[in-house]
Every structure is written in C-alpha cells, then in structure tokens.
Write a protein that binds this ligand. Structure first.
Ligand SMILES: [Zn+2]
Ligand SMILES: [Zn+2]
Length: 102
C-alpha cells in the first residue's frame, strides 16, 4: 500500500509503495519494508533521490560521534597529556575544517 514519507534532506513529502524506504538513521543502506505508522503518522525517511546525501550525512555524523566519544574518554585526563592534546586537536579540526578528519 502506498503512503507518504517526509524527506528530511530535501524537506518534502514523497510517495512510497512500501518497499522504497531506506532507514539510514538505523544504519541501513538497503530498503526495508515499511511498517504502518500509528495515528497516520509520517515516518521520517529520505526519498530515493536524496538517499545518497542522507548516507553521506550519516557517515559524517558517525565520525562526529566517534570524535566526541574519544573526547569524552579523554576529558578526564590531565590537560598536559599527549592524548588529551590529540583529542582537542581532532575535535577542533573536525569542527573547523571540511577536511578536518583527513
Ligand atoms: Zn528528498
Ligand atoms: Zn514507505
């Protein structure tokens, strides 16, 4: 049965036949069957056209999560350890530069 999704990348609704939705936020890269939403809710899923962009953003978010995790692990270290300085450097590079992680 066809239904609508909300594409959060392009900010638009799109029509899905129940087999086109890739739940990128759940780590998926292939479509999985849609479950009916309660109360006629609209599930947030990027449309096929914006899927690639969504996957890119998700990969970047995962990088950010890893950087933050490293930072969190090290924030308790004394500030003059190399590990701490490296964590700060990574965090700063990630936030400031498009090539921050390279
Ligand atoms: Zn879209
Ligand atoms: Zn769907």
């Amino acid at each position: 049965m066809s239904h609508k999704h909300w594409c959060d990348i392009g900010y638009h609704e799109w029509e899905c036949d129940g087999t086109q939705a890739v739940r990128v936020w759940a780590g998926e890269t292939k479509p999985t069957p849609c479950e009916p939403m309660p109360d006629n809710g609209i599930e947030l899923v990027s449309c096929p056209k914006h899927l690639e962009e969504d996957l890119r953003r998700f990969a970047k978010m995962k990088d950010l999560a890893e950087v933050l995790q490293t930072y969190q692990d090290l924030i308790w270290q004394p500030e003059d350890t190399p590990e701490y300085k490296e964590a700060i450097r990574m965090l700063r590079a990630f936030i400031t530069g498009p090539n921050g992680l390279n």
